[in-house]
Design a protein around this ligand. Structure first.
Ligand SMILES: NC(=O)c1ccc[n+]([C@@H]2O[C@H](COP(=O)([O-])OP(=O)(O)OC[C@H]3O[C@@H](n4cnc5c(N)ncnc54)[C@H](OP(=O)(O)O)[C@@H]3O)[C@@H](O)[C@H]2O)c1
Length: 341
């Protein structure tokens, strides 16, 4: 459960079909992959209005997802996200009106007349969060959305928003390599019946064990060129985590990615990870992680082993419209291009 929304134990992140991991598959392949995920029991699909803006146009991913799920739309939880920019709000346009515009566009793209879970993709420090929370509450009352959420926030921001309109889900980065959420976010969410939706739960592929220092990422629109843990020196330094994963995977005859996901599921009853993949087989492999059960003893030993590792490369789970990873990524990219690196 995510708040009051019933979802499969694992969802799928659909971003890679439009953005962030280099070249995308043919549309028919992506649509089939999403449908196969549903047939395999997945009822939680994650997208965002912005996915697709680098290679195509904003809304590219929402359109793809909308097409893929139209025959079973009512049976699933569809989550999308909006960015609210400061210049959108003026004496003539309220936060509620701006939100309505974004939502209308997303619903058109998704071929639906309601969104189950609507996230603010990043908090904008120039727009009062209280106004956003209030506007989301209005949209819930009107039946346009069923629930709302926040992404990349700390607990103080979450509590402020939750006090105005109960938040159903927090979508923060969380994996064996990015564990900041354990300190405050998970305890707060457990106490307040809020779901946590870990994004990048496979650490952008690292925890699958399929990436090494020789792996060449793609030249265009590939976030892996900028993910801190995927710098060559950090891939090397984080190898002990992979060794632990490989040991468990071997012992249980499953994949490393499945252990990485089952660890999250075992650890937190309110976590619903959304691994992303452009590959049909891997999508099914990831969904199948629900069948990989760790005994309490196995989990404790795994946890102790992970706790003994120092993690290299850190992104963290607090970002805003004014300061975020995407921006850093664009800056680094700019520097590389300017210096011909
Ligand atoms: N809220 C936010 O700000 C935010 C930010 C980023 C992402 N997200 C959401 O979270 C979702 C997941 O995050 P993510 O895609 O960044 O990270 P992820 O799920 O940790 O990793 C995706 C990468 O791992 C590879 N992979 C996935 N499963 C695999 C497996 N079983 N074996 C080998 N490789 C595997 C994928 O490659 P292949 O495609 O080749 O399989 C891809 O390169 C996204 O789709 C998006 O919906 C949200």
């Amino acid at each position: 459960m995510i708040g009051t929304l019933e979802v499969s134990e694992i969802g799928i992140g659909c971003m890679g079909f439009s953005h962030g991991y280099g070249k995308i598959p043919a549309e028919s392949y992506s649509i089939d992959a999403i449908r196969k995920a549903y047939e395999a029991g997945c009822t939680f699909f994650d997208t965002a209005e912005v996915y697709g803006d680098v290679l195509f146009y904003p809304g590219h991913n929402e359109r793809l997802v909308g097409k893929a799920v139209k025959d079973f739309r009512k049976d699933i939880v569809l989550a999308t996200k909006l960015h609210l920019h400061s210049e959108e709000i003026s004496s003539k346009t309220s936060v509620y009106e701006a939100l309505c515009r974004h939502l209308k566009r997303s619903m058109e793209n998704l071929e639906t007349d309601y969104v189950d879970l609507y996230y603010l993709h990043r908090v904008n420090l120039e727009i009062p969060l209280e106004d956003v929370a209030y506007a989301m509450g209005r949209l819930i009352c009107e039946g346009a959305i069923r629930a709302w959420g926040l992404s990349q926030v700390n607990v103080d921001t979450l509590a402020k928003a939750h006090a105005i309109t109960p938040v159903a889900a927090v979508q923060n980065i969380y994996s064996m390599l990015e564990r900041d959420c354990e300190k405050e976010i998970f305890p707060y969410c457990l106490e307040h019946n809020i779901g946590v939706v870990p994004f990048s739960p496979i650490a952008s592929g690292f925890l699958s064990g399929k990436i090494n220092t020789e792996t060449q990422f793609e030249a265009v629109d590939d976030v892996r060129n900028f993910v801190p843990q995927l710098k060559k020196e950090n891939i090397k330094a984080n190898q002990p985590v992979l060794d632990i994963l490989a040991e468990y995977a071997g012992r249980k005859h499953v994949s490393c990615a499945q252990i990485a996901l089952s660890w999250i599921l075992h650890k937190y009853p309110n976590a619903v990870p959304i691994p992303g993949s452009k590959n049909k087989e891997r999508i099914l492999e990831n969904l199948n992680a629900t069948n990989v059960k760790l005994s309490d003893e196995e989990f404790q030993a795994l946890e102790a082993a992970l706790n003994s590792c120092t993690i290299f490369g850190h992104r963290g789970n607090v970002e805003t419209e004014q300061s975020n990873f995407r921006m850093e990524w664009k800056n680094i990219k700019g520097d590389l291009e300017r210096n011909n690196i």
